[in-house]
Write a protein that binds this ligand. Structure first.
Ligand code: FAQ
Length: 318
């Protein structure tokens, strides 16, 4: 087959919504784009464990502690499915880790903000997981099979995470004056960074157009952001909390909320490594990687031993 006919076959599959699988031919740029997005996504899940991990030992009661612990473990699982999906594209786990630890790879801007109070656990679940679901549900239909399938399970778990965050916010906002203030303060600090999570505006998003043509992305950054704002403002009303945006206003004509200007300088500053916690997050990940070396070595030694034993058994049986 010539490259042209391979390309034609690939385009036709994408058009007919037949997933592209690891052994299928794919254009180099499609592979690169997927590797970039999936590995960044995996890193986000793993770095995303840190702001919440910070509160496990300080959860206000046993139930909250068990739920938070389970949630943080789920995020680790998401990272692992995503690293596995990225590996099917030809990159090794070690390579991806090296890129994260050297600061070469990106991860979501949101995880470079600090989690200062218990109410932040509510705001992260409600807003950050809420934004993640809005972005990831369309990815369940991404054209690359391993990514799309990983997203199905991730979205189910994220939806539980979002509800647990909302429930924390609901409890706090129905609590004492101090608790309500904590909830409002967390909303004030997490609102804008959550809105930035969707990425730069469409007219400044170099990857969107091609990714949509390849049906990796299905919905643009701005459209997802608008959908998120529309549903979240209504949820804030139930909580009796006010998003920190004086320009937020229902627009009868468009059927959407208008919102104020996003501080894109802040976003790019965080993406470039200068956010409030970028250095701390990378240090924590590098330390975990170094301290976990003996675990990786032990697992490898065990799997080597097991496969030697299995080979011996098969040789005997033959
Ligand atoms: N942060 O051209 P676009 C979670 C970069 S998971 C940092 O629009 P694209 C779960 C972008 O990479 C959260 N960088 O790019 C959880 C590109 O740079 P590059 C993560 C960002 O790829 C919850 C440049 O800007 N979710 O929260 C960000 O078409 C709670 C230009 O941007 C995913 O990764 C950002 N926010 O669209 C865990 C979902 N936005 O790579 C724990 C999958 C953009 O060319 C606790 N990813 N950039 O050097 C996506 O859907 C897309 O990659 C976007 C960006 C929408 C993030």
């Amino acid at each position: 087959m010539t490259v042209d006919s391979l390309q034609e076959h690939f385009d036709d599959k994408v058009k007919r919504e037949v997933t592209i699988e690891p052994r299928d031919w794919m254009p180099d740029d499609y592979r690169k784009t997927l590797l970039r997005q999936i590995s960044q996504h995996a890193h986000s899940e793993i770095v995303g464990m840190l702001p919440e991990g910070n509160w496990i030992t300080r959860a206000p009661n046993l139930r909250r502690k068990a739920v938070l612990l389970a949630k943080v473990q789920d995020e680790a699982g998401h990272g692992l499915y995503l690293y596995s999906a990225a590996e099917t594209l030809g990159s090794s786990r070690d390579e991806m880790m090296e890129q994260l630890h050297s600061g070469k790879a990106k991860y979501s801007s949101i995880f470079n903000y600090p989690s200062l109070t218990w109410a932040d656990m509510g705001a992260i679940g409600w807003l950050v997981d809420g934004a993640a679901i809005m972005n990831q549900v369309p990815l369940c239909r991404a054209s690359y099979g391993p990514y799309a399938r990983a997203m199905v399970r991730v979205c189910k778990e994220e939806s539980f995470h979002q509800r647990q965050g909302f429930e924390i916010m609901l409890t706090l906002s129905n609590g004492t004056e101090v608790q309500k203030k904590l909830a409002q303060d967390a909303l004030n600090r997490w609102w804008w960074p959550s809105i930035m999570m969707f990425g730069p505006p469409d007219d400044n998003s170099p990857n969107t157009e091609q990714s949509m043509r390849w049906r990796i992305k299905r919905i643009s950054n701005d459209e997802l952001r608008q959908r998120f704002i529309d549903v979240t403002v209504e949820q804030a009303k139930i909580l009796g909390l006010t998003p920190p945006d004086k320009d937020l206003k229902w627009n009868e004509a468009t059927g959407h909320y208008d919102f104020g200007a996003i501080n894109w300088d802040e976003f790019w500053n965080v993406v470039k490594g200068n956010g409030p916690c970028n250095k701390e997050r990378l240090e924590a990940r590098k330390k975990a990687w170094e301290e976990g070396e003996w675990v990786r070595e032990a697992a490898l030694a065990y799997s080597k031993k097991r496969s030697e034993r299995n080979n011996k058994i098969s040789a005997k049986a033959a």
